[in-house]
Design a protein around this ligand. Structure first.
Ligand code: ZN
Length: 694
């Protein structure tokens, strides 16, 4: 831990305090770094020249309760561990400039006069750690893009560039996303999504996009960038901006945004606001812990696929390597891209408002009199209250965790998380609200709660959306992931008269399958995963949690116009008849990749061998029946329920889902799986053993 981390954290935390709170940053850091005196923290921050903390501490009043950070225990422990050393090192650096490679760095080098990338490079160079390793981590290969930086490097004898840290770019791929660790402090999780790596990835995206657009004769691209509430958001936004502009393309910064809004910016026609853009970059790691972050990319064709991401990461690796060896073209200042800020979330939200008004017969306030509470989990979904619900006339008192806080102090913003669902359910009951809405961090997923406190998520939310979509498109096919219940199939096919196509896990797989079905003449209008990712054909097959909720609002508004229903009963009635299992279990069986049984081979081969063996064993049991159509793993019905054992998309894990009418039946299904997989000694069946012995 060194000064660069302290600089970043000071900046990250102060970014999240309103300008009116002159002392907010110092107070916040003091709380996070609990063991350090407030005066020391303040002195450190004012050295950094952070404008929001530059007032003398004597003028500070305690921060108002709303500003008090409540980091979750894991975050607090991690922060506490790094706190003392961070501040100590910061002071050492300020007062004892070191000599390295014959160069003396001035002690005031670290004052952050600008928020640009280079201030951070300079900041890093003052660190009071004498190990050669530290110098490696401080270097950035991107300095060759900037004349000022080049001359600066020349003065250092070029050692900074050539000693850049190795980055394994392909390891940053997570399906069709990029994910990594962006904040230090969690043991065993070193930072791999660094700013230089992020710059290289952004530049690689621009190069990839330019390749695609070459046919249109485009040479200069316009790319939007937005982020969720994570504490590393601003530094990565700066890195993306630098990567894109240094490559000669223009950037539109949206600030706090939702993932679907970023895609939308490739479609919005609004020349005054420089829209549409050629491509969009969202900085998010969805519901993952606070130290992670990632990137998602969009063009007007939608999100990029796995092969595109691999291509971009390979390009990024090359760009990173070449810049480290000074091989990249030096850009003239005149050819650098332009940076503009646009309040895009207002544009996007007003489209959602128009959609609801239109479906309610152009009524200005179609939700008047309805009480709707929102839980944004301190992610990016808070806009839904002020920019969507209030203009439509809804009462929103009791909405919670709307303010962005990248430490997620209240609960994980995830509609699949039990604590999160409990929080919104409680808010609905406490406020006697008609409906509750919850979003994940970047608002590509959502769930609802009806006025009685009944959760409308997972299978129920798919059933509800299917009911709405099948009213509009009778007989259409609903594509879902593989872990949906048998009850959902019966509901869609027997009650709604639609067709249920149960495909694979992974929202991108589900959406792509729906697009494929349409392309071969099978009409589909809804693709939805139990995680809460749902995409409609009418909305460009975009998985937008806010748009899903707009579909529910349309129903409420229509019912209100007819005066036929009160509150959310119209929604509850739509899922009437959905059969639900009494027992629902997910057990994860891990594969030990170092086990001799794998004979050094890939875990995927081993996992597939387990599945093949299970499939054979099932064939011999008269109580169990393989699902006639199945696209992932082994799915079996029996004892009034079903189970699915499949191989995880990315990890050495075989998740087992069981649903049954009683615990005894669930155990019978569990025993059938256990009997078949027991002989695979690299498979950890502890959790399954525990379940069947209860
Ligand atoms: Zn998400």
């Amino acid at each position: 831990m060194g000064l660069d981390r302290a600089c970043e954290q000071a900046r990250d935390f102060t970014e999240y305090f309103p300008a009116s709170s002159a002392c907010g940053g110092a107070a916040h850091l003091h709380q996070i770094f609990g063991s350090i005196g407030t005066n020391e923290v303040f002195a450190f921050l004012s050295k950094k020249g952070s404008p929001s903390t530059a007032a003398p501490l004597s003028s500070c009043s305690p921060p108002p309760p709303s500003l008090k950070p409540k980091p979750p225990p894991h975050a607090r422990a991690a922060m506490a561990a790094l706190s003392a050393k961070t501040i100590q090192n910061a002071f050492l650096a300020q007062h004892h400039p070191r000599t390295r490679h014959g160069t003396r760095y001035p002690s005031d080098f670290c004052s952050l006069k600008t928020r640009g990338m280079h201030s951070f490079q300079e900041c890093r160079l003052t660190v009071a750690d004498s190990s050669a390793k530290w110098l490696n981590t401080t270097s950035t290969p991107w300095t060759s893009f900037n004349k000022q930086a080049i001359s600066y490097n020349a003065a250092q004898g070029g050692s900074v560039v050539s000693s850049s840290e190795k980055v394994d770019f392909l390891k940053l791929q997570n399906g069709s996303d990029i994910r990594g660790v962006a904040v230090a402090g969690v043991e065993g999780e070193p930072v791999n999504l660094t700013e230089p790596a992020t710059e290289a990835i952004a530049a690689a995206f621009a190069a990839w996009l330019l390749n695609k657009k070459e046919a249109d004769g485009l040479r200069r691209l316009r790319i939007s960038v937005g982020h969720d509430s994570r504490i590393s958001a601003h530094k990565l936004q700066n890195a993306v901006t630098h990567g894109i502009t240094a490559a000669g393309h223009d950037i539109l910064q949206f600030g706090l945004a939702s993932t679907p809004a970023m895609f939308n910016s490739t479609l919005t026609e609004d020349e005054r606001n420089h829209l549409p853009v050629d491509g969009a970059i969202m900085i998010t790691a969805s519901h993952l812990p606070y130290n992670r972050n990632g990137l998602k990319f969009f063009t007007s064709d939608g999100g990029l696929n796995k092969a595109d991401i691999k291509d971009i990461l390979e390009r990024a690796s090359k760009i990173y390597e070449e810049s480290a060896h000074g091989k990249l073209k030096e850009w003239e200042d005149a050819s650098r891209g332009v940076v503009n800020s646009v309040d895009y979330m207002s544009i996007y939200a007003s489209d959602l408002v128009q959609a609801v008004r239109k479906s309610a017969g152009d009524k200005d306030k179609p939700l008047e009199g309805l009480h709707i509470v929102v839980d944004a989990g301190n992610g990016a979904g808070g806009f839904f209250v002020d920019k969507v619900l209030k203009p439509l006339g809804a009462v929103t008192t009791g909405s919670q965790f709307l303010e962005p806080d990248g430490l997620f102090p209240n609960h994980i913003p995830n509609p699949e998380d039990k604590t999160a669902m409990k929080a919104i359910t409680q808010a609905v009951l406490d406020n006697k609200a008609d409906l509750g809405i919850i979003f994940d961090t970047d608002v590509d997923r959502s769930a609802a709660v009806d006025s009685s406190g009944r959760e409308l998520n997972r299978n129920r939310l798919i059933a509800l959306m299917a009911a709405i979509v099948l009213e509009e498109h009778p007989g259409t096919t609903v594509v879902t992931d593989s872990v949906t219940s048998d009850g959902l199939t019966v509901f869609i096919e027997n009650k709604l008269g639609g067709k249920h196509h149960r495909f694979k896990r992974g929202y991108k797989n589900v959406i792509d399958e729906a697009i494929r079905l349409n392309s071969i003449g099978e009409e589909s209008h809804l693709a939805m995963e139990t995680s809460g990712h749902g995409a409609l054909k009418e909305n460009h097959w975009l998985d937008d949690g806010a748009y899903l909720m707009v579909k529910l609002l349309n129903k409420l508004a229509a019912a209100r116009t007819l005066g036929s229903s009160i509150g959310s009963k119209v929604l509850t009635d739509l899922v009437e008849g959905l059969e639900e299992a009494a027992v629902t279990v997910e057990i994860r069986l891990k594969i030990d990749q170092n086990h001799a049984d794998l004979k050094g081979g890939p875990f995927r081969d081993y996992g597939e061998a387990v599945l093949r063996h299970l499939e054979n064993a099932i064939g011999k049991d008269p109580n169990l029946h393989k699902a006639p159509k199945n696209y992932e793993g082994v799915r079996v019905s029996g004892y009034g329920g079903w189970f699915l054992l499949r191989l995880s998309l990315h990890d050495p894990v075989l998740p087992l889902n069981i649903e049954a009418p009683s615990n005894d039946d669930a155990i019978k299904l569990g025993l059938a799986v256990l009997a078949a997989v027991n002989e695979f000694s690299a498979l950890d069946v502890t959790a399954l053993n525990k379940f069947v012995q209860q």
